[in-house]
Design a protein around this ligand. Structure first.
Ligand code: ADP
Ligand code: MG
Length: 687
């Protein structure tokens, strides 16, 4: 075989399995070595029956004491059983629905079994072990890789193919300069390729993992640093207006110190002739909108247009309303653009943007569509960034058009407090401001966890809050998330009806969910904002950004179904005004893990702490639900545990660029090539 040999041509593969392998991204022999194991099984120790640790996966060397026999237990269940022995003891082995073992195992032959030894009284037994001849074992007696699989592809097949590729193909070329290898005491590639699949021992595996983790993080850091470099050298609008006094006069409140710092840092960036790329990160309710508004004000006063992109229509509409009210006294008009607007309305907005008559537009990703063109786009704001990928941010910025090295200023606002390690990677190409202070007079939201038995008391509490003039959110799992008759899930529509007709017939109960028509959604939100609706039953569409300061209670049904960060976002819908606010998490889930997870929320209001817990509990892969940050996937590096390696890799990248900012030196050219490929690789790597 050579690197280009199609896998279908290899013995034991064939057409059907080749299709399965292709699903895993494996087409030719050269792909195999780069397919990394998900985990490993330590099969080095081979035990005698009596010595095998009970309940743990292990290898046991045995002799078949009889031919395997078929037992009939019930229709459709094929059971094969045989007794195996070694010098000192015996054990019963059972296979379910694996009739072929009756041909594969023979009395008097020796085998190594891999599985769990269980105790039945004083007898040992094993069920469905893997097995191979004891003469020349392949999978036992060493550390075996465990690969991510798909239907029709066994780990055995894949491990066999990879081993063959390692044996017959030249190892992939070294991709790190010698100086880096020496400096960071990294093992050379050739050795690591073998060890990452078939490590001789833990030390070899650690060395290989560390090397590949370093390599991934190094190239990622290098790519992000180059992006940042390149952008900072490009031309930006350079806003002429720098004085914020006029803006401060428009605000109904005084900015907090943290808001002011973030805004003034941004204002300084905006005045420079190179584009700003800044992330403003602040916990829910910290007042990020005001910072964005200040930047927009500077843009418009300087004769540039501003576009602000929000992840949901509800949020876009809300922003358009607040910003419009705030900026109108200064004569700044704010338009709205969402996918569900009437064509005629849209057309008006589009024309005004193109002619430059409309200086400021707020919208959803509808802003990215083809027909949207600007007269002079100078500032792009994305709210709740974790919902957008790197490219979407870039796509909107690209609407500024013009000369090649020109980019508009970019301001990104994120409410997801991202643990520092992750932020370094995800926002590696942005400068960061943190708003670490809440507006004055805010009382921390009190959070309680209750079970079904408290439901009536909880409804009593809802009534009390409404009597005091407050409003209430009740959040249920989304309409579409009501599979196979799970009748205890409060399907949101039905729940709203029952609440309105039976529990609170004297109150106004509203409803909003993602499947509603835009107009209905808008009307429902408007009624709640105006205080006409006392109780708003909703799905998580209110998760991001929705701001109704009079709401003082949020009840989250089936709270165990959400991640901690998401619950924290939802909780952020209350505690926005001067009233004591409450969050009630409803869950009857008794699992100790789930309860421990939910308890975190009752103990802290600190978004960063919660995000860190969430990261610990769910792992970074899951942290964003899907990979929405738009960066190449990490295959080996683990952002949670590889923080030391991350730091080293980032320093190495920074040093390299300090010495050779464009990577033009001959020995650095391959690095540049590799970064290019990494960041340009097929699109699904980017989302
Ligand atoms: P977030 O950071 O979650 O986007 P918002 O910008 O929606 O927060 O602000 C939350 C609420 O706090 C809004 O009602 C806003 O008017 C109010 N607010 C923002 N800044 C201040 C401030 N400095 N003083 C008082 N209220 C403020
Ligand atoms: Mg917000």
């Amino acid at each position: 075989m050579d690197v280009n040999t199609p896998l279908r041509e290899l013995p034991g593969v064939g057409e059907a399995r080749a299709k399965g392998l292709e699903k895993l991204g494996l087409r030719v022999a050269g792909d195999l070595v780069g397919y990394f194991p998900r985990s490993y099984e330590d099969r080095r120790q081979v035990y005698a029956i009596a010595e095998a640790p009970v309940g743990e996966l292990c290898c046991v060397r045995v002799m078949a004491a009889e031919e395997p026999r078929r037992m009939r237990i019930r229709r459709g269940l094929d059971v094969t059983r045989l007794k195996v022995v070694d010098g000192t003891s015996a054990m019963l082995v059972t296979f379910f629905n694996q009739g072929y073992v009756r041909q594969a195992l023979h009395r008097g032959e020796e085998y190594i079994l891999y599985g769990r030894v269980e105790l039945m009284g004083i007898h040992r037994q094993m069920t469905n072990p893997q097995f191979e001849g004891a003469e020349r074992p392949w999978a036992c007696g060493r550390i075996m890789p465990v690969y991510p699989l798909t239907a029709g592809i066994t780990n055995h097949l894949l491990a066999g193919l990879v081993e063959r590729a390692l044996r017959e193909l030249p190892p992939p070329a070294e991709t790190l300069p010698d100086s880096l290898l020496a400096r960071h005491r990294l093992a050379p590639a050739a050795e690591c390729w073998r060890s990452i699949h078939f490590p001789a021992d833990e030390a070899a595996l650690d060395a290989a993992r560390r090397r590949f983790a370093f390599e991934e993080l190094f190239y990622l850091s290098l790519g992000l640093a180059l992006l940042r470099e390149r952008r900072s050298r490009g031309r930006g609008p350079g806003f002429g207006e720098t004085d914020l006094e006029g803006f401060y006069q428009l605000l109904p409140f005084t900015l907090t110190g943290a808001q002011r710092r973030a805004l003034e840092t941004a204002a300084a960036d905006l005045a420079l002739p190179r584009p700003m790329n800044r992330l403003v990160q602040g916990d829910v309710g910290s007042g990020k909108t005001a910072v964005a508004a200040g930047c927009a004000w500077l843009a418009v006063r300087s004769g540039w247009q501003c576009a602000m992109m929000a992840p949901t229509e509800i949020l876009a509409e809300q922003h358009a309303k607040t910003l419009s009210a705030m900026l109108a006294p200064a004569g700044i008009e704010v338009g709205l653009l969402t996918g569900s607007m009437k064509v005629s309305e849209k057309r008006k907005v589009l024309a005004a943007l193109e002619s430059g008559a409309l200086p400021f537009v707020v919208g959803t990703h509808a802003l990215l569509s083809q027909g949207v063109a600007f007269h002079r786009l100078g500032l792009v704001i994305t709210d709740e960034q974790h919902r957008f990928g790197v490219e979407q941010r870039a796509a909107l910025a690209a609407k500024a058009g013009g000369e090649e090295d020109f980019s508009p200023n970019v301001l990104v606002m994120s409410a997801t407090p991202i643990p520092r390690t992750l932020a370094l990677i995800i926002y590696g190409d942005l400068d960061v401001s943190v708003i670490d202070e809440l507006p004055p007079g805010r009382m921390p939201v009190k959070t309680v966890l209750v079970g079904e038995s408290k439901r009536q008391r909880m409804y009593g509490f809802v009534r009390d809050q409404v009597k005091e003039g407050r409003q209430v959110y009740i959040v249920c799992p989304a309409v579409e998330e009501n599979p196979d008759g799970a009748w205890d899930l409060k399907a949101v529509t039905e729940y709203a009806r029952v609440l309105g007709e039976q529990v609170f017939p004297d109150l106004h109960v509203g409803l909003v969910h993602g499947r509603m028509k835009a107009k209905e959604k808008e009307a429902a939100m408007a009624a709640f904002t105006a205080g006409e609706t006392h109780i708003l039953v909703s799905t998580t569409v209110i998760e991001v950004g929705v701001d109704v300061p009079n709401a003082s209670l949020i009840i989250i049904e089936n709270a165990d179904r959400y991640g901690l960060s998401q619950l924290h976002q939802l909780r952020g819908r209350v505690g926005r005004g001067k009233h004591q606010s409450w969050c009630v998490l409803v869950s009857d889930n008794r699992s100790p893990d789930t309860r421990a997870r939910l308890k975190v929320l009752t103990q802290t209001n600190d978004g960063f702490k919660i995000a860190e817990e969430d990261l610990k509990l769910r792992g970074p892969g899951d942290f964003f639900g899907e990979r929405q940050h738009g960066l190449p996937a990490l295959r080996v590096a683990d952002l949670e545990t590889d923080t030391r390696v991350l730091k080293e890799a980032q320093e190495a990248a920074a040093e390299l660029l300090a010495a050779d900012p464009e990577l033009t030196e001959l020995e650095h050219r391959p690095l540049l090539e590799k970064v290019r490929r990494l960041f340009e690789e097929d699109p699904d790597r980017f989302n």
